[in-house]
Design a protein around this ligand. Sequence first.
Ligand code: PRE
Length: 324
Amino acid sequence: MSEAAASAPERTYSFLGPRGTFTEAALAQVPEAVGQAWRTVNNVGEALGDVIAGRSDAAMIAIENSVDGGVSVAQDALATLPDLRIVGEYLVHVNFVLVARPGTTLDEVTVVNGHPVAYAQCRKWLDAAVPDHAHIPASSNVAAAADLFDEPLRPGHAAIAPPGIVEHYDLDVLARDIGDNKNAVTRFVLVSRPGVLPAPTGADKTSLIAELPVDRAGALLELLEQFSTRGVNMSLLESRPVGDELGRYRFVIDADGHILDERVADALLGVRRFSPEVRFLGSYPRADRVPNDYDDRYSDAVFIEARDWLRALITGEPYDTPER
Ligand SMILES: O=C(O)C(=O)C[C@]1(C(=O)O)C=C[C@@H](O)C=C1
């Protein structure tokens, strides 16, 4: 084998470009992606479409921001596109600068380019510092800045961008740290085609999307009970409209633990029996690596013992209850 062939990338990863986005910073945290082929895309749909079509092995997408909440376009895509799996979770601290072409001053700014999620995180600052601005949505934070060079050049246009933007573009920083929350974090997930699940680590998360039975009193409570009665903590519960008529919702859920944990598997069986449509999005290591916390009553051994007891009742075989 030639040296070039030996070092050729074997895997391709899609991420929101151009280079320099927070999504790229998330992908840089994936050790297996280093040295592989990285493909820039313009939106979440394109990133996931690459994975479905086999152009990429995995895509990094933003799924939640600590200020703006769930990234609805990503949640809706995972709910409706062909089956995909989340295989990893990554956190990126996000902070923003306001940039403009050299010579522009803050009082001259009338238009602010920005990715909608970034714009939502800078609203308080913008309302105070540039109250009469108009917003032009951009496909990413880096694209917002790059668009400032589109011909014909437009005076008074500025962009919300990551601080590192000035290393790539000749821009002046008009203001730093314009995010409304200095500790803002965006949560990203790495998405692949269904395959072997990441192994349980003891610090895992399971994601799913479930619809509720229509017009049933207490249906949401019943959904929540599937987790609470098995001692499974939920770290995310968000509703998204199904979209076909008013009043129909699907629920995006993150639960602590792995599908190979008995209590999580049992909760999923409960959801499956109860919900008209459940989509398993994956079990994967938590970004913060904090071990899952649960009461001993919900340990694997307790579920396994209960099953053995039931089997013995059915088969009539003798059964010795272990000491508790
Ligand atoms: O534009 C970027 O830099 C992105 O990576 C996208 C994105 C997002 O989709 O939420 C990521 C992090 C920020 O919260 C804002 C925008």
